[in-house]
Design a protein around this ligand. Structure first.
Ligand code: ZN
Ligand code: ZN
Length: 260
């Protein structure tokens, strides 16, 4: 069985298709998917989706791309993270790629999420783009290692990977590893120890080869796993086993949902 550690089933491309998405997951042996929240406004919808099936769990957080979104405070995040279906805080982090002007608000928002994750004792889902030095600095300053978590859709170099691993974080790889021009990323992903490896789709975006450019969905995490198996020179069942075990070790509260 495989797990998609990061998807957005509430986004317009997938919102009306949950039944088919679940059928496709079953066909591809994908037993669980974590539905990741990007604004507090969307949280209710993400949670409602996750409530519809025991194969789904949810997170709560505000993405750094959403400047001007309702700003979360620590108490609100901790309260929402207390719901039994909510297994993580995020996605949160820094994204300087799309940001314009002063990015201080992103750093403040990231600090708020790390504090909330520590208080709620839930792992963090960290998004970082063109901002790895500041991301790691804030993780250290705010003691993110006490909450633990994952660097999602990892696309950084080995130095960044190593620093995140040293903080006890997991690294999650998306369909990008299947892209022809991603040789450098494959080299990084090949070096990640078995016990820190996760896989994801980030659906509806980043569909892996052979569906590149199409709408992505959790079922396609199978193609991410197959690619990792090939360039890590490991059998696919091994990649499936370790990434699924890692998912339930990190997002401990997902176990209760699956067993409920
Ligand atoms: Zn992200
Ligand atoms: Zn995402």
């Amino acid at each position: 069985m495989l797990v998609d550690s990061h998807c957005h089933l509430d986004f317009p491309e997938l919102a009306g298709r949950l039944d088919q998405v679940l059928v496709d997951m079953a066909t591809h042996d994908v037993g669980h998917a974590l539905c990741v929240c990007v604004t507090l406004t969307d949280f209710e919808q993400v949670l409602a989706l996750a409530m519809r099936d025991h194969r789904l769990s949810a997170s709560v957080g505000v993405h750094p791309d959403h400047q001007g979104a309702a700003e979360p405070d620590v108490a609100t995040l901790v309260r929402l993270a207390g719901h039994p279906k909510v297994v993580a805080v995020g996605e949160t982090g820094l994204d300087y790629y799309r940001a314009q002007g002063d990015t201080g608000w992103q750093r403040e928002r990231f600090r708020t999420h790390i504090r909330a994750a520590r208080l709620a004792a839930k792992p963090l889902i960290v998004h970082t783009r063109a901002a790895s030095a500041d991301t790691l600095r804030l993780m250290r300053e705010e003691r993110a290692d006490e909450a633990g978590g994952v660097m999602h859709c990892f696309t950084e170099d080995w130095a960044t990977a190593k620093a995140a691993l040293d903080l006890g974080f997991y690294l999650s790889f998306s369909g990008i590893v299947t892209f022809r021009n991603a040789a450098a990323l494959r080299e990084v992903a090949a070096k990640v120890p078995d016990d820190r490896l996760l896989i994801e789709t980030d659906a509806p975006y980043l569909a892996p080869v052979p569906y590149r450019g199409k709408t992505n969905e959790p079922a396609f995490v199978r193609f991410v796993a197959a690619s990792l198996a090939e360039f890590r020179r490991q059998p696919l069942p091994h990649v499936a086993e370790v990434t699924t075990e890692n998912f339930f070790n990190l997002f401990k509260d997902s176990r209760k949902i699956v067993n409920a």
